[in-house]
Structure formats: structure tokens, C-alpha cells
Design a protein around this ligand. Structure first.
Ligand code: FMN
Length: 159
């Protein structure tokens, strides 16, 4: 049983979730950053975990491209999807706007693992956006890390 955890992350939160999933899974598991490696060989892979953070409603371009190229193959694999959404109420919309519906229907598990923003790490553009978001009702709510939601993923994939 071979598992690939494929993730896209800007400041490390989605990456840390991918690494924790890899560490908790039994068997032959690899973790790949799609922002660094575009061509992924899916032959011999039984299970795929796709994970991305969200920026202004969009998953990473690298993740979108990977899904576009591998759409038909992904429908033949056991699939788990996680997003790192700071705004939980947008989770369903983010899924629908970023993933083909057949892939969402095919996925055996989909989780929002929450989010984290360290303002000192953000680039100028993102800092400006966060200042604007913080003035909105959604932006005033605390950003929660839902790391506990990794457990059901591990439980499902390890059984
Ligand atoms: C500029 C900016 C825009 C964001 N836009 C969204 C958004 O539209 N929806 C959402 O749920 N989270 C949004 N987030 C939150 C990030 O997805 C969240 O902080 C995530 O944990 C970042 O993960 P990363 O460190 O792996 O990139 C945004 C964060 C920033 C800095």
C-alpha cells in the first residue's frame, strides 16, 4: 500500500499538516510539496491525500494544475482532501469553487484543518490583505487551528 501526501502551502501551516499526516500513517508514505515538484508519478500509488491552504478563496495554482492533469487518475485512487481555511464558514464554498464536483463526490474524507496566520512572515501584499480582512466581521473572529481533525484522517487511512 503506497500513499502520497501532496500539499501546497505558502507559509508552512498546510505543510505542517501534511507532515503530521505522513508521520501518523503506517506503510509506505511520501510527502511532496506541489509548489516544488510538478511531475508526480502516481503509478503504484493506492491512496492520495491532497492538502492546500486558501488565499482569497483560491487553492494554490500548483494544486489546481495537478488536479487538472491527473483528474481521471485521481478518480481511481482512494482520496482524502484537506483544506487549511481560516474562515470555517467559507469551507464549503472554497471546496465547490476549487475542486471538480466528481472529485469531491469521490473523496472518502474531506476536512478543514483550520488555519494559522503569522503576520511577521507575510509578504507585503498579503499583509495589506490581512489588514483589510481584519476589519470585516469574519476577520475579527479568532483563527483556529483544527489540528485535532487530523485524527479521523489517520484513523480512516490506517484501518
Ligand atoms: C492574504 C490572505 C488571504 C487569505 N484568504 C483566505 C480565504 O479566502 N479563506 C480562508 O478560509 N482562509 C484564508 N486565508 C487563511 C489561510 O488560508 C490560512 O492562514 C492558512 O493556514 C495558510 O496556510 P499556509 O501557511 O500553509 O499557506 C488567507 C490568509 C491570507 C494571509
Amino acid at each position: 500500500m503506497k500513499t502520497l501526501v501532496l500539499y501546497a502551502s505558502s507559509y508552512g501551516y498546510a505543510q505542517s499538516m501534511a507532515e503530521r499526516i505522513k508521520a501518523g500513517l503506517a506503510g509506505d508514505v511520501s510527502c511532496v510539496n506541489l509548489n516544488e515538484k510538478k511531475l508526480i508519478d502516481l503509478s503504484g500509488v493506492d491512496t492520495i491525500v491532497l492538502g492546500s491552504s486558501i488565499y482569497v478563496g483560491q487553492i494554490h495554482k500548483s494544486m489546481k494544475e495537478f488536479i487538472k492533469i491527473n483528474h481521471d487518475l485521481l478518480l481511481k485512487k482512494r482520496l482524502v482532501i484537506y483544506l487549511c481555511c481560516a474562515f470555517e464558514h467559507e469551507f464549503e464554498n472554497h471546496l465547490k469553487n476549487n475542486f471538480p464536483m466528481d472529485l469531491l463526490d469521490h473523496a472518502s474524507m474531506i476536512q478543514n484543518l483550520g488555519g494559522a496566520i503569522d503576520k511577521s512572515k507575510l509578504n507585503f501584499g498579503h499583509k495589506m490583505m490581512v489588514s483589510m480582512i481584519e476589519k470585516t466581521e469574519a476577520g475579527m473572529k479568532p483563527i483556529l487551528r483544527h489540528e485535532d481533525r487530523i485524527e479521523p484522517i489517520l484513523k480512516y487511512l490506517n484501518t
